[in-house]
Design a protein around this ligand. Structure first.
Ligand SMILES: [Zn+2]
Length: 447
C-alpha cells in the first residue's frame, strides 16, 4: 500500500462499506457462475473471433483477429487461424482481442477506507473472504495476472487465496504473492499514529537488520511467498515542492535480503518513494521500485542498466486526492501527484523500464484500469503503457514465456475490449470478455 491516510473516525463507515460490498456482490456471483460453469478447460477447442487482435510486441492491430485455444493454451493467434472440426467458435463481433492485463502492484487484502486498523477490527478469515471477492472483481475487469504486494497484517493468507484460484476453486487472476510485507520498528505501516502503549499491530513484519531480514524472508518463503516485499522508505514529506523520505534499510541490508531470496530463484520488490532509499534498492539489485515518486539520475542509470522496473502507481494517488479528509490534504495529494508526474517524465526520458501497477485495494478492486489512462496522460505513449503492463509485467512476475502475449504455447489468457487501445487507452476500462487459462469467465458479446 502507498501510505496510511485514513483516520480512526472513518473506520465505522469503512466497515459498513465492507458489508454493503458483500451484499451487493452476492447476486453478481450467481450471474457470473452461470456464464462460466467450467472450472477446467480440459482439452476443449475454442476459436475466438473478433474484428481485431492486438500484437503488443509489434504495437499494431491486425484485422480480423482470431485465437485458437486448446485446453488452457493458445495454439495459434493472428488474423485467421485453423478452425478444427468440433471447435466451439466464440464470435466477439467488433471487439479487439488482446492479452489479459497484468497489474504488478495490488492488495487483495485491502478495501477502501480501512487500511490502518484492518488488523484491529477485521479478522484474517473475514479479510480472506473479502480478498476472494477482490480477486474475482479484478479478474472480471480483465486482469488475468497480478503481483500482490503484501497482505497488510493478514500473514500468508494470500498463499491460500492464490492456491484456491490456481486449483479452480474460486475465480481470480494468476497471483504472485509476497505474504506480509517487511518493515522496520517504527517504520512505514507500524501504526505510528497511535499510542505506542496500546501496542497496535504493525501492518508489516518487523526486521531490523540484515540477519532479521534473512530470517523473515525464510519464514515468508516457507509460508508460500512467490517474492518478498520490503518497505524501503517512509514516512514521506512533501512541502513547498520538496519531497523527502527516510530510507529504512541500507544497501548492505537490502542486499542480504536480495541474496537470500535469489538463493531460491525468487526476487524482492520494494515500496520506495524516493532518495536515498531508491539508490540503495537499485544498488542492492531489487526487481522493482514501486511508487518511485523521485529517483536520482544515478538511480535511474542503474535501473536502466539492471532492468529494474519502476511501478508508478498513480491511480491510488488520484483516488486519495479525490477522497481526502480535508481540503488541505487533497491539495497536498494533488501537488504530490503533479510532482510525481513531472518525475515520471524524467524517468521515461532516462529510459527507466516501467511496469504497470495500480496499488488497488485502498480504492475499489476492478476499477484499476484507470492506471493505464494516467500513465498516458502523464506522457507515456499508449503502446508503451501496454508493453509495460503486458511484456514488462510478465517479466516482473517471472512468467514472460507464458503470459502477456497471444502466442502459441502461452496460457489462454485473453480479453476483449471495444475499440483500439493503441488509439484510446480508456477502452481497457470497458472489458467485455475475459478468458483465463482457457476458461471463459465473462462474455457480454457472444451472439
Ligand atoms: Zn501497495
Amino acid at each position: 500500500m502507498f501510505r496510511s491516510l485514513f483516520s480512526f473516525l472513518s473506520l465505522r463507515s469503512a466497515t459498513a462499506f465492507v458489508f454493503i460490498l458483500v451484499l451487493a456482490t452476492a447476486p453478481a456471483l450467481h450471474a457470473q457462475s452461470s456464464v462460466a460453469p467450467a472450472a477446467s478447460p480440459a482439452n476443449d477447442i475454442i476459436v475466438l473471433h473478433a474484428a481485431h487482435i492486438l500484437d503488443v510486441e509489434q504495437g499494431r492491430l491486425a484485422s480480423p483477429g482470431e485465437v485458437l485455444v486448446r485446453g488452457n493454451r493458445i495454439v495459434e493467434a493472428g488474423s485467421s487461424v485453423a478452425h478444427p472440426a468440433g471447435a466451439t467458435v466464440i464470435d466477439l463481433g467488433a471487439a479487439t482481442l488482446m492479452p489479459g492485463l497484468i497489474d504488478a502492484h495490488v492488495h487483495l487484502f485491502l478495501h477502501p477506507g480501512a487500511e490502518d486498523l484492518q488488523t484491529v477490527v477485521e479478522s484474517v478469515p473475514e479479510r480472506t473472504i473479502l480478498a476472494e471477492i477482490a480477486a474475482r472483481d479484478d479478474l472480471m475487469a480483465g486482469f488475468t495476472a497480478e503481483r500482490d504486494m503484501g497482505t497488510e497484517g493478514a500473514g500468508s493468507a494470500d498463499s491460500a487465496v492464490r492456491n484456491a484460484i490456481d486449483s479452480g476453486l474460486i475465480p481470480g487472476p494468476r497471483m504472485m504473492v509476497s505474504g506480509n510485507a517487511i518493515s522496520i520498528l517504527g517504520g512505514h505501516e507500524d501504526a505510528i499514529h497511535f499510542n505506542p502503549a496500546e501496542h497496535i499491530s504493525s501492518n508489516a513484519t518487523y526486521a531490523n537488520n540484515a540477519g532479521e531480514l534473512v530470517s523473515v524472508t525464510r519464514q515468508q518463503l516457507k509460508e508460500g511467498a512467490d517474492f518478498i516485499k520490503i518497505y524501503q522508505t517512509g514516512a514521506d514529506r512533501f512541502a513547498d515542492g520538496k519531497f523527502t523520505t527516510p530510507y529504512q534499510y541500507t544497501e548492505a541490508e537490502l542486499a542480504a535480503a536480495v541474496q537470500e531470496t535469489a538463493r531460491v530463484g525468487k526476487r524482492v520488490g520494494v515500496h520506495c518513494t524516493g532518495e536515498p532509499g531508491a539508490l540503495y534498492a537499485a544498488q542492492a539489485g531489487v526487481a522493482s521500485i514501486d511508487h518511485a515518486d523521485q529517483l536520482s539520475p544515478e538511480t535511474m542509470r542503474i535501473m536502466r542498466e539492471k532492468q529494474i522496473y519502476a511501478v508508478p502507481t498513480f491511480a491510488i494517488s488520484e483516488y486519495f486526492a479525490a477522497h481526502a479528509d480535508s481540503p488541505a490534504f487533497a491539495e497536498r495529494e494533488r501537488a504530490l501527484l503533479a510532482f510525481h508526474a513531472a518525475e515520471f517524465r524524467k524517468q521515461l526520458a532516462a529510459g527507466v523500464p516501467m511496469a504497470v501497477g495500480s496499488d488497488v485495494g485502498p480504492f475499489p478492486h476492478g476499477t484499476q484500469a484507470r492506471e493505464f489512462e494516467l500513465m498516458v496522460e502523464y506522457g507515456m505513449a499508449a503502446v508503451d503503457v501496454l508493453r509495460a503492463s503486458l511484456l514488462n509485467g510478465a517479466r516482473l512476475l517471472g512468467k514472460q514465456d507464458v503470459i502477456g502475449q497471444l502466442k502459441p504455447g502461452f496460457y489462454a489468457d485473453v480479453i476483449a475490449v471495444p475499440g483500439d487501445p493503441l488509439q484510446d487507452i480508456s477502452v481497457l476500462a470497458r472489458v467485455s470478455f475475459v478468458m483465463k487459462n482457457g476458461v471463459v469467465y465473462r462474455n457480454e458479446l457472444q451472439r
